[in-house]
Write a protein that binds this ligand. Structure first.
Ligand code: CA
Length: 231
């Protein structure tokens, strides 16, 4: 299923919500060199306020913030937009939080991270969330209509669900390989990219989300291997 992809341009506004000013100064340098504009908010409250202006393409969100923490900020951001969110975590325990809480972040990096890598991650996340197949394509599974043009799912009941960008990519991958057993590693590489160093449990977390949002979607767990989209 070959589709033409739109190129991601390195421009637009990236919102950084981070209380450490040195990190903001460093990142601004790297992002502006690439053509992005980096706006910095020092607290979750200010970040949420800034995000509401509507021009933000992606958000970099520190977990350890004074006032409302990154976890809560992520939930609030997710409640009304699916703009990509990359979490900045300080410890492995925070990574567990990001992955385990299913709060809808698209990716995460652990401090200390390389600014260059973070820029690359942002571009990858933007590519995944903004690329649209040129031709509209629809796959039907078990009464669900998965529409890659509109990036939405029509439920058997007639209701429409719009999963987050990553969830949709995962769903689309499974749906367009209907009937095939796909390993977690295979899914991770196809949906998150070969450059993604995440763990396979990331796949499980997102599958869980899809099952929650799309009750009855025929995603079967294949024990010891991965997943299979039934029909
Ligand atoms: Ca912090």
């Amino acid at each position: 299923m070959e589709v033409e992809r739109l190129r991601v341009t390195a421009s637009g506004t990236i919102l950084l919500i981070e209380d450490e000013v040195e990190i903001a100064d460093l990142l601004r340098l790297y992002f502006e060199r690439e053509g992005f504009r980096l706006v910095h908010a020092v607290s979750g409250e200010r970040g949420l306020e800034r995000a509401r202006q509507g021009d933000v393409r992606a958000t970099l969100l520190d977990i350890g913030l004074p006032g409302i923490d990154g976890v809560e900020v992520c939930r609030k951001l997710r409640a009304d937009s699916d703009i990509p969110i990359i979490m900045l975590t300080a410890r492995d325990s925070e990574v567990d939080k990001v992955v385990g809480l299913e709060m809808g972040a698209d990716d995460y990096v652990t401090k200390p991270f390389s600014p260059r890598e973070l820029v690359a991650r942002v571009k990858a996340v933007l590519r995944r969330s903004e690329e649209r197949p040129v031709a509209m394509q629809v796959v039907s599974v078990g009464g669900f209509r998965v529409d890659s043009g509109r990036r939405q799912v029509d439920l058997p009941s007639g209701d429409v669900v719009r999963p987050t960008a990553r969830e949709f990519d995962l769903l689309w991958y499974l749906a367009s390989h209907q009937g095939l057993v796909l390993s977690r590693q295979q899914v991770l590489e196809a949906v998150w990219g070969y450059d993604y160093f995440g763990e396979t449990r990331t796949v499980d977390v997102h599958v869980r989300q899809l099952r929650k949002k799309l009750p009855g979607i025929p995603i079967e767990t294949v024990w010891g291997v991965g997943y299979r989209m039934g029909d």
